[in-house]
Design a protein around this ligand. Sequence first.
Ligand code: ADP
Ligand code: ZN
Ligand code: ZN
Length: 802
Amino acid sequence: MIAKVIVDVSAYPVDRPFDYGVPKQLVHLVEAGSRVKVPFGRRNVLGFIVGFSDTTDVPAGKLKDIAELLDLTPVLTAEMLEMAKWMTQKTLCYEIDALQVMLPNALRAKYEKKVVLNVAVTTLDESLQRVFGKRQISTYKLFEKEGLLAPLKRAIRDGQVEVITAVKQQGKAKTVRKIKVHDDKFFLQELAESMGARAKKQLHVVQWMSEHAGEEFVPAELAALLDVSDAVLKGVVERGAATFTDEETYRDPFSKEVQATNALTLTEEQQQALTSINAAYDAKRAETFLLQGVTGSGKTEVYLQAIQHVMNEGKQSIVLVPEISLTPQMTERFRARFGDKVAVMHSALSMGEKYDEWRKVQRGEVSVVVGARSAVFAPFTNIGLIILDEEHESTYKQEDTPRYHARDAAIWRSQFYNCPVILGSATPALESSARAQKGRYTLLKLTERAKHQALPSVEIVDMRNELHKGNRSMFSTALAQGIRERLERGEQMVLFLNRRGFSSFVLCRDCGTVVQCKNCDISLTYHKTSHSLRCHYCGYEEPMPTTCPSCQSEHIRFFGTGTQKIEEELHKVFPEARVLRMDVDTTRQKGAHERILDAFGRGEADILLGTQMIAKGLDFPNITLVGVMSADTSLNLPDFRAAEKTFQLLTQVSGRAGRHELPGQVVIQTYTPEHYAIELAQSQDYEPFYKREMKMRHRFSYPPYFFVVLIQISHENAMKASDYAHQAMRFIQANLSPQVGLIGPTPASISRIQNRYRYQCLIKYKVEPNLIEALKQLIRMYRTDWIKDGVQLFVDLDPSSI
Ligand code: ADP
Ligand code: ZN
Ligand code: ZN
């Protein structure tokens, strides 16, 4: 028997399974999807069994055996093994990276494994009973040492025991010690009668226990309840009135209780959307829906009821949200509807907590997962629905290997399970809208807010005029007046600071000009080292100007203000305002987001001031004003998606105002009110923006009309970085057709990170049959030779930002 194993050795030129012999004692235990240790070179490495075969090309005598089997129950399903192959093709990553990304970190590292009893020890196979003895938990190693893996595997199959990975937690124990009162009331009464009066406290406890036979308590809580010391509890346990048990519990990542909710009566539009989705599910159709609904139109309610529909048939759902720790309000809505049928997976959880949630999913103890990007790999085996909320968000794309997009993975899984996918957004990605136009996705529209409130009125303020009028403050007259009114009326406000592309471009405060590349119509980026402006698309460079190229004003400088500075200014101008600031500095601690939002929800502040993290998901009835401090920052990102991202952000943050009874107002401050992304954000109407932006993309040959591939190369030595980048470009040029668009190599927008010089090349193409093969060859060249010289190269087939 030969096992095909993908080994954990990146930086190896060949990416393929290696053959290993299966030793006799493991023959009936190995399964595809299990982790193993195998000899590779001079050491043992981690690997995954991906299949079996009867024959091998490895010459007799050279074939090595699997050294150790790490999982009796596979950690990866057959579906996941298949998905990994797909991902390898789709992102040109190592298969090992694709396999690893689907697992929680706890399973990537080596942790001690334990075997936990689920039944009375006496019902086990005798050989296993010996190892457990009187304990509920034993180490896996003991079974291995005693050669008991075969009976252990049977016991796992029958659900008598299970193997867990013991991830140590700081502070929080994974097993909770409980005290269990004796089952027999009469035994306890007799015991009490037999006890002498000297042990007064113990007697009191035993008498109390006789009324609570068979119940379980946390010792410390019981001691507090009965007002006795731990020593007293120990005493009664010694008398046999109770026993201590070590019970495994899940660490609870939910810190607070939520109020249960019931399904709302849907609006007509919501009902139509739900009917289409349910129909696809009922027909077992892998259909992708683009649910395009204005902010506050009740997309979440559609998700909830669609989930309910598949749940009624015992099916599972995955809900992806951009970064869940940023939107506790969103998770709560799922918990409020589905209670403990929901598992949550996001980056703010500790490794142990993540592993616990993963296990709940793997064992089918929950039927809904709400999580960030990687939750798309939730190990469900009976999926009925997958949802991506705010599907346009760039966090769905992993910016590290494997560079997958959660949307693609979701659609892949939906095809595997023949179930629908919902992509929800008020401002879909242009790619998604284009696919809906072409009929590849089914478009579902919610054009009205759920409670029929009007969308907030949006006012665009030209900050150049403010300066000319002599207002040098960061608050325009309109915004300042809006704030003052809200303070008087006791309503709440959100002030939003757009910090994307912070301070890397140069702007004239007099006329609003941002210095642009002559060739590319994209903002030039300021490079500190050379004190110059560069276009990182075409490499054009010019010295940092001292006066504005259009109006000769000297008020030309970098652009950007921090939240802290705004907070200080707020205190100066509105001393009575209570301000909560939410940015990276105030949210470093776990749970901080939630605390700040809760405080705001309780009305403990008038103003919530923050960055990107407050743009999404907030649903507070008392917010009637949203102020955008500077719309321009993201507009001037040197990226062809800059306008799209700006429009999305402005629409989203505007949508926080007036969601309930009170009408909302939005003030957007900008230096470029004439830009279409800002102009069109005023009406919060997606269609005109889509049409306009598609024209731009067409004119400059960008997605969705063309595909873009990004190749990035870095080295500690600037010359070498440039050399290899040129080599890569020449190689690509030689292997692709002449009509393909090649740009670069140019220094990346942040040309030096962690002391590495970065260069990038862009490939723009429509149809290019040789592309994948050429890129694979380039990668092979890199893995075989270049890498030894300290260069790093990656290829991104679908870069979310450039
Ligand atoms: P979206 O996700 O589209 O921005 P939400 O799902 O947050 O919108 O809904 C906005 C508000 O409207 C929420 O407070 C929600 O509870 C409420 N809502 C949604 N659907 C209905 C409905 N059918 N009837 C009454 N209220 C609704
Ligand atoms: Zn100017
Ligand atoms: Zn350029």
